[in-house]
Ligand binder design. Sequence first.
Ligand code: ACO
Ligand code: PYR
Length: 530
Amino acid sequence: MTFQVYDTTLRDGAQREGISYSVVDKLAVARLLDEFGVGFIEGGWPGAMPKDTEFFARARSELPLKHAVLVAFGATRKAGIAVADDRQVRALLDAETPAVCLVAKSDIRHVERALRTSGAENLAMVHDTVAHFVAEGRRVFLDCEHFFDGYRHDPAYTASVVSTAIEAGAEVVVMCDTNGGMLPSRVTAAIGELVERVGVGPERLGIHCQNDTSCAVANTVAAVEAGVKHFQCTANGYGERPGNADLFAVVANLQLKLGLPVLPDGCLEQMVRVSHAIAEIANIAPDTHQAYVGAAAFAHKAGLHASAIKVDPVLYNHIEPSIVGNDMRILVTEMAGRASIELKSRELGLDLAGHPEALSEVTRRVKDMEAHGWSFEAADASFELLVRSELPGESTARPFALESYRVQVEHREDGAVVSEATVKVRVRGERVIATAEGNGPVNALDEALRVALRRHYPALAHFELADYKVRILEGSHGSGAITRVLVETVDGSGRDWTTVGVHENVVEASWHALVDALTYGLSPAQIAAR
Ligand SMILES: CC(=O)SCCNC(=O)CCNC(=O)[C@H](O)C(C)(C)COP(=O)(O)OP(=O)(O)OC[C@H]1O[C@@H](n2cnc3c(N)ncnc32)[C@H](O)[C@@H]1OP(=O)(O)O
Ligand SMILES: CC(=O)C(=O)O
């Protein structure tokens, strides 16, 4: 049996607080998962929610899948009724998927207290429902809810649920860590015992781990190492409470660390793209620090790391990032050494290696400025201007020279608040005075500067201030506070850049960031690249 990569992003993943997919969203997520090469896509619970019923109806014509088999999820029949009379079972059948996944109680305490029925009736519910779908020609997976807790409490009963499902024709019986309290060593031990007790090979077993101990990925990998071939995960680990085993980390660990061929060739490098696209649809900001796929998964800050990476990136990366579609990045901060500065500059197309004095000076200035509140980590454009100012032969001319600026904020009798700025600058030998209004002092300043410069620099018309972040450092009150401003600018051609300014005065800090933004955007290198 080959591995069964079973994705439940659209069912368990949708149980995460804050996620609410539309049917169109669900179809889009399913397409992405199929492109990623998963073997099974659990699309939802038809009959439980109208949206999920509609998803399966539309999937028939709108979801041609290349790699995956579509699975509908549901429960075993209710206690005390015939399987054919159960409305939920009928709805599951009506979804017309080639496979179904049935959730069953496997902890006797849940059977007696939550289902309020007997152990024998629960076994009959499992048997009847599995057999019913098998007879209808469906592949059947059985999710044993609370498997591990149940097995610890009453191994004989929980094992009897597993053997009943297998006898009734279930293809795989899935051990669920529903409350997510397991640790890898306990998963391994339980699987070993179960295999002996029930007399089935581990390839008939599956694993589904919630992440309440932060061990869902490790527990899933441990189960696969114990012989399990079917593993259930969700994209980015979305799911009930802290979530599920993250599909991307599980797949990458199995494929890259254990050498197990779990995905079709060529799919692994889609990982970052698929992860971020699903995050976008889920309307959840991608986790920068997520293993393998996060923007910081291969970002190096410490100077010592960079010095070894300069020799060979393998020395400080656990894999080659491009294998999963990611990139390595060097961060420039107070923790940078000469190697970090050299590598970051190289990333920006500037060669400091042949200029040791400039390299030392940039390193010194970065450390000094960071000690005074500057932060270059997210402001590559300001860092590039700093490097260019030290590199021999580089043009560092600003597009204008400031004579003065003035900003006023007027609170009018009718409650309106209007800001007005005047700048006096020299541009290409000409003295220009410009005034503009804005919805705030920084906006007014930005507008006035554009008015002053636009005749000489028509490209400015395409620049837009896309984001403006202010952070007060060293306490939030009092005159000693320093303000750091980050400005993100876009130019309409898909290019964006971020600059930083720091000062006790928020307007002056913003001015620094704005001037860097225009200087960078109007630099010969940027104009040539456009
Ligand atoms: C561990 C998991 O995450 S499993 C997936 C859980 N996902 C969801 O619950 C999301 C979708 N759920 C729903 O839309 C609703 O809960 C429904 C439609 C399934 C059921 O709704 P209702 O009929 O109103 O019942 P309610 O949600 O209050 O309770 C669940 C019922 O299912 C029964 N039940 C629970 N597990 C099972 C099972 N494995 N087999 C059969 N019946 C079960 C319960 O005993 C209870 O029955 P009762 O109504 O006779 O007391
Ligand atoms: C089935 C499932 O989602 C669980 O037991 O956690």
